[in-house]
Design a protein around this ligand. Structure first.
Ligand code: PLP
Length: 378
């Protein structure tokens, strides 16, 4: 790609151009087959050319490609019901949006509406998106790219897993705590059940709204429908996106009855969120995860990854399920570059020594063996 392409020059480019893809494999313009262990930033949950997903979108495109949320459509109701059931029926209403940042923006809006307080507590290392509110609770954004002249509300920070810091930070002035149960950009860093349960308890004591940002770990990536189930800690809201549409842009805000009760007509809104194409994609993703027993696959293959890949520069593992961090003795950037030369695509993270893996849920042991062989050679 060059400046003549007219794309805004804001993304560093990988040295491959993808022209086709199937399953867990990317096909490049120069004829290479690359094993995709990164899934387009955690999006390609079902892998590529999934027949159920492809035909659901084709069917919906042939039926009706768009009508607004003011027009009742069965596919929208089906997607919301399926997502609520998938999440274990703890959440009674779903608001569909277009992206992870938009889901977080609306979750924070609801917390302010419910509490009429002015402060949000976030976790060091967090990434919640690039919009005004989501960026304000993203660790380090003010120094890197935030650019708005001031944050839209008061913000406090808690170090990761620091249970002792919770009581002094979360108080009767705190509208919301927002936390990724497993940080993605922060380096596949798992917050642990003790920390999340302590946040839940303190939010109960202070009347604070607890938001789990499951944009990256949600929709099966942990090996459970949501990390809330993985840790058995239930928030008041879950935000999710990425894997939810398997590449069709969409996001969702899952709300418990306490939040649903605070909704009023026109209190939230969107044009594209909940569009029929997005809803067809969401329905197809959940159907495939359930019918193909992909959660079991994630659990089994993630364990295999941990058991077999402490080799070469890898000294340990962190994260959960298929949000997997390889802790390395050398810079993750160098390892990423060398693996790509060997036709394996992995990601980096905010932690310079963590290689981040976000593979499709269909990944198998034989693919992990290819990674292991490549790592042994590094
Ligand atoms: C945990 C988390 N929250 C929010 C976002 C923002 O999502 P989006 O890029 O869809 O706005 C991301 C994106 O990487 C994320 O990882």
């Amino acid at each position: 790609m060059s400046p003549a392409d007219h794309l805004a020059p804001v993304f560093a480019q990988y040295p491959i151009e993808v022209v086709d893809a199937e399953g867990v494999w990317l096909h490049t313009r120069d004829g290479r087959r690359v094993l995709d262990l990164y899934g387009g930033h955690a999006v390609a949950a079902l892998g590529y050319k999934h027949p159920g997903w492809t035909s659901a979108l084709t069917r919906q495109a042939n039926a009706c490609s768009f009508q607004s949320n003011a027009v009742p459509m069965d596919v929208r109701v089906r997607a919301a019901t399926r997502l609520a059931r998938f999440a274990g029926d703890h959440f009674d209403s779903i608001f569909f949006v277009n992206s992870g940042a938009e889901a977080n923006e609306n979750a924070l809006r609801m917390a302010f509406k419910m509490t009429r307080r002015s402060k949000v507590i976030a976790i060091e290392g967090a990434f919640h998106g690039r919009t005004a509110a989501a960026g304000a609770v993203t660790w380090g954004a003010d120094k890197k790219w935030y650019e708005f002249p001031r944050p839209p509300f008061d913000i406090g920070w808690i170090p990761r897993r620091d249970v002792s810091a919770i009581a002094s930070q979360v108080d009767s002035e705190t509208a919301a705590v927002i936390v990724e149960p497993v940080q993605g950009v922060g380096g596949a860093f798992d917050m642990g059940r003790e920390f999340l349960a302590a946040l839940r308890a303190r939010c109960n004591e202070t009347g604070t709204v607890l938001i789990f940002d499951e944009v990256q770990i949600g929709v099966g990536r942990s090996g459970q429908p949501f990390a809330a189930q993985f840790y058995d800690v239930m928030p008041d809201m879950i935000t999710t996106a990425k894997a939810l549409g398997n590449g069709f842009p969409c996001g969702a805000l899952l709300m418990t009855p306490r939040v649903t009760d605070a909704l009023k007509l026109e209190g939230l809104g969107t044009t594209f969120g909940g569009g029929p194409m997005a809803c067809a994609a969401i329905e197809a993703v959940i159907e495939a995860i359930e019918d193909e027993k992909l959660l079991e696959n994630v659990r089994r293959v993630a364990k295999y990854l941990r058991d077999t890949c402490t080799v070469g520069p890898v000294t340990g593992h962190q994260g959960a399920g298929f949000l997997h961090g390889l802790i390395c003795s050398r810079p993750a950037k160098d390892i990423q570059k060398t693996l790509l030369e060997r036709n394996i695509l992995v990601g980096t993270s905010g932690d310079p020594n963590v290689v981040r893996l976000l593979p499709p849920y269909i990944l198998q042991e034989k693919h992990v063996d290819l990674l292991r062989e490549a790592l042994l050679d590094l």
